[in-house]
Ligand binder design. Structure first.
Ligand code: ZN
Length: 278
């Protein structure tokens, strides 16, 4: 396996802790030689999308993903419909930014079967709009620890089943998944699931970070690659073996550690760790 360099990688801006305005984040990511960036909607508040999009283009960065969807399931039909409309507006912004994918963290309800049914219906309602805009819809299955508050989709298999159910087998899928090592590393069926996704051309992105042991905060204590227990080299091998040719994207939620550091320091450590630990 070749050694990763910054030019093979993207930075999800959440990694840098939202401590600087987006123009400075874009500058830093480009200056360190990364090939892509995945910004968040919160960073676009008060910004001209045209200006941000131009800066990203002029920096030569790809936009791997735009984060992230408004949660889909709701307790009333009106709220559900509003959530879908909100996501369609975000898709417009994703297209304006030139994002390859719109990252879907789908949400959940206490009634998981209702939540899953609503997600399936809602994603289907967004699909044509996404196709018109040429932005892929990327479902991100989350670790089951988030089933209560963030995602009723926790297995790669479940996400792929949903893709098949909504879109059927197609040569050039509009609907697929993000493989996030943090969410999927523990699964006994990981290899099988990634192979299925690769075969169907449904891997739209690959997120890396590490699972710290012990973890003090299940949401915001993700580790730098190499500091935890995930065998990232093996997972990358599987993802690449099934034909994924996109960028490897670092996404570290770390209010306890990395978000307190200057952006340049974090980016330099990432460049070192993608060589040694991914
Ligand atoms: Zn992710």
């Amino acid at each position: 396996m070749r050694t990763l360099e910054a030019k093979d990688c993207a930075i999800n801006t959440a990694t840098l802790g939202f401590q600087a305005p987006i123009n400075l984040v874009i500058d830093a990511v480009a200056r360190h030689g990364f090939a892509g960036i995945a910004p968040w909607r919160r960073e676009m508040e008060g910004q001209s999308l045209k200006v941000v999009a131009k800066q990203i283009r002029d920096s030569g960065l790809q936009v791997t993903g735009y984060c992230r969807s408004t949660y889909i399931p709701a307790n009333t039909r009106a709220e559900f419909v509003a959530n879908i409309e909100n996501n369609k507006l975000a898709l417009n912004d994703a297209a304006e930014l030139g994002a390859q994918s719109f990252v879907m963290v789908v949400g959940t309800l206490r009634d998981l079967s209702s939540a899953r049914a609503q997600v399936r219906e809602g994603v289907a309602m967004m699909l044509e709009h996404a196709r018109d805009l040429n932005v892929k819809l990327a479902l991100e299955p989350l670790h089951p620890v988030y089933a209560a508050d963030r995602s009723c989709i926790t297995l790669a298999e479940e996400a792929l089943d949903m893709c098949d159910a909504i879109e059927g087998p197609v040569a050039d899928p509009q609907l697929g998944i993000f493989v996030d090592a943090y969410h999927l590393w523990w699964s006994a069926t990981l290899k099988r699931d990634i192979e299925r996704a690769g075969k169907a051309k449904r891997i739209f992105g690959f997120h890396i970070s590490d699972w710290l042991n012990p973890t003090v905060d299940i949401l915001n204590d993700r580790g730098m690659m190499g500091d935890g227990v995930i065998d990232l080299k093996s997972i990358r091998q599987i993802v690449e073996d099934v034909g994924y040719e996109g960028l490897v994207e670092t996404e570290i939620f770390s209010s306890h550690n990395w978000w307190k550091k200057p952006m340049d320091e974090t980016l330099l450590v990432i460049i070192e760790r993608i060589k040694t630990s991914v």
